[in-house]
Design a binder for this molecule. Structure first.
Ligand code: NAP
Ligand code: MG
Length: 450
C-alpha cells in the first residue's frame, strides 16, 4: 500500500510513500522495544551526546528539510526553515536532560527514601499535517532524552520531513529502533499505538474528535496519554493600546500557515470605542499580506494543505458574510485569500468552531469583564493574546482567560522553553518546557531501611 502525495501549489502528485500495515507496525513497535532496552542502559552523558549529534545533523540539513516541507505541505520557505531549526533547538535543549533527571531524597523515619525517574518504554507520537516537523520534535526530543524509544506516525499526507528526520537520527549515530518513523493511516498505525501493549504512552496532536477516541482507547490499558487538540483563541484588543500596531500584527497571528494553526488567534475581540479604527486598519493590513508561492523568499502565506482542507474551510463560508479579504494567486493549487468576518452572534459556527483556515471573526466588547466572558465562552482554551497599555489589566485578563498559553502585547508562538498545552477541550497534559522529560517517566520511590 502507498499514499500519493500532492503538491498544494501545483495540485499535482509528485511522489508515493509506503503506508505501513498493522503487521509492519507491530514489528516496528517490537524492534523499538528491543532498542529501548539498550537506550535506557546507555550512560546519561552518552545519550546527551547522541542527542546533540542528532541536532547537529538536523541543522546541517535545514535547507533540505525546509524545501521538503514547502513541496509537501505548502509552508512558506521562511516558516519551513524556522520549523527545521525548531527541531534542532528542541534536541539541543533536551540533550541537557539525561544528565539532569534528578530524583529526590525525602526525609522519612527508619531509613533513606529515594525517588527515580524511569523511562516508560516505547512512546507513540502521532503528528498532524499542520506542523509536521515541530510537533514531531516536541514529542520525540524530551521522550528520547528521558530514555524512551519513540515510534512516530506522521500525518498521512505530510510524512516526508519526518521520514527524513528518522534517517538523520541514524546518520547521527542513534541506535536503530530508538526513533522509528512509521508512515501510514491513523486508523491503522495510530490506532495500533493505542492498542499495542508495548506502547506505554501516546502523545497525540490533532483534532479534538480523534483525541477523544484516543483517550477512550488508551483507557483500556490505562495507558498514559497527552493530547494537544484544537483551539479558537482570542486576540483581545483594548482601546488604550497602540491600535495601529495591534491591527498590523493581528493578521500574522491568525493567517500564519494559512490559518492552519491550533494557536491561531481566530477570534478578535476589540473594545467598542476602538472597533471602527481597528477594523479599518486591519483591512489595510490584510490586503497587504503577501499570499504567494510559498517557495518565494518573501511569501507570507501559502495555500491550504489539501483540497479537502480547503473544502472544509469553504463550508464555513457558505452563508457567512466576508467583510473584506486579501489576495490569493489564480490557477491551480489549494489557494484561499485571508478573510475577515464581522460576527454579531456568538452562536455562529464561524465564531465558535475551529475553521483551521485563513478566516478570522471580529466582534466588539464593552469592558474588561465582557471581554473575558466572551473569550471564555468556548469549548476550547489553547492560546490567546491581550493588547493593552495597562500592565495590571494585561495580567488580570491573562489570569482570567481559561487557556494554557497567553501573551500580553505580543502573539508569542509556541516556545520550547515554556510549557505548552490546552485547557478544556484543547487538550490534556503539557508538552515542552523544563518539565517535559518527566512526563515521559514513571516516578519510582525506593525506601532503604537503616
Ligand atoms: P486529525 O485528523 O485528528 O489527525 C491527527 C493525526 O492523528 C494524524 O496523524 C492522523 O492520521 C491521526 N489519526 C487519525 N485518526 C486516528 C485514529 N483513529 N487513531 C489514531 N490516530 C489517528 O487532525 P488533522 O486533521 O491532521 O489536524 C488538524 C487538527 O489538529 C486541528 O483540529 C488542530 O487544531 C489540531 N492541532 C492541534 C495542535 C495542538 O498542539 N494543540 C497542533 C496542531 C494541530 P491520518 O493522517 O492518517 O489521518
Ligand atoms: Mg483528519
Amino acid at each position: 500500500m502507498t499514499t500519493t502525495l500532492i503538491n498544494p501549489v501545483t495540485a499535482e502528485a509528485f511522489t508515493e510513500v509506503p503506508s505501513a500495515t498493522e503487521a509492519e507496525t507491530d514489528a516496528a513497535i517490537e524492534r523499538a522495544h528491543e532498542a529501548f532496552l539498550g537506550w535506557r542502559a546507555l550512560a546519561p552523558g552518552e545519550r546527551a551526546r547522541l542527542l546533540r549529534a542528532f541536532a547537529a545533523v538536523v541543522d546541517a540539513h535545514n535547507e533540505e528539510l525546509a524545501q521538503l516541507e514547502v513541496t509537501n505541505a505548502g509552508h512558506t520557505i521562511g516558516n519551513a526553515r524556522w520549523e527545521a531549526g525548531n527541531v534542532r533547538d528542541c534536541l539541543n535543549y533536551y540533550s541537557a536532560a539525561p544528565e539532569r533527571l534528578f530524583g529526590r531524597q525525602i526525609p522519612v523515619p527508619g531509613g533513606v527514601d529515594l525517588t527515580f525517574h524511569e523511562p516508560l518504554g516505547v512512546v507513540g507520537v502521532i503528528v498532524p499535517w499542520n506542523f509536521p516537523m515541530p510537533i514531531a520534535g516536541w514529542g520525540f526530543a524530551p521522550a528520547l532524552a528521558a530514555g524512551n524509544a519513540v515510534v512516530l506516525k506522521p500525518a498521512e499526507i505530510t510524512p516526508l520531513t519526518a521520514i527524513r528526520i528518522g534517517e538523520l537520527a541514524l546518520e547521527a549515530g542513534l541506535p536503530a529502533g530508538v526513533l522509528t518513523v512509521i508512515p501510514g493511516k491513523g486508523s491503522v498505525v495510530g490506532q495500533r499505538f493505542v492498542t499495542h501493549p508495548l506502547v506505554r504512552k501516546v502523545c497525540f496532536t490533532g483534532s479534538t474528535e480523534v483525541g477523544r477516541q484516543i483517550m477512550a482507547g488508551c483507557a483500556d490499558q490505562v495507558k498514559k496519554v497527552t493530547l494537544e487538540l484544537g483551539g479558537k483563541s482570542a486576540n483581545i484588543v483594548f482601546a488604550d493600546t497602540d491600535v495601529a500596531a495591534a491591527a498590523a500584527s493581528a493578521p500574522y497571528a491568525v493567517f500564519d500557515n494559512a490559518g492552519q494553526d491550533c494557536c491561531a488567534r481566530s477570534r478578535i475581540l476589540v473594545e467598542r470605542t476602538a472597533y471602527d479604527e481597528f477594523v479599518g486598519r486591519l483591512e489595510t493590513a490584510v490586503q497587504a499580506l503577501r499570499v504567494k508561492d510559498p517557495a518565494a523568499e518573501d511569501s507570507e502565506m501559502g495555500p491550504m494543505v489539501s483540497a479537502g482542507q480547503r473544502a472544509s474551510v469553504q463550508r464555513y463560508l457558505d452563508g457567512a458574510t466576508v467583510a473584506f479579504s486579501g489576495s490569493a494567486p489564480e490557477g491551480p493549487g489549494w489557494w484561499l485569500p485571508p478573510m475577515v468576518v464581522e460576527s454579531h452572534d456568538t452562536a455562529e459556527p464561524i465564531w465558535r468552531e475551529e475553521v483551521f483556515g485563513p478566516v478570522v471573526a471580529v466582534m466588539p466588547f464593552d469592558d474588561e469583564e465582557h471581554a473575558v466572558a466572551l473569550a471564555n465562552d468556548s469549548d476550547y482554551g489553547l492560546s490567546g493574546s491581550i493588547f493593552t497599555a495597562d500592565l495590571g489589566r494585561g495580567l488580570r485578563v491573562a489570569r482570567g482567560v481559561e487557556a494554557g498559553n497567553l501573551s500580553v502585547n505580543s502573539h508569542s508562538s509556541v516556545r520550547y522553553w515554556t510549557p505548552f498545552g490546552g485547557y478544556k477541550q484543547s487538550g490534556l497534559g503539557r508538552e515542552l518546557g523544563p518539565d517535559a522529560p518527566f512526563a515521559f517517566t514513571e516516578e519510582k520511590n525506593v525506601f532503604i531501611a537503616h
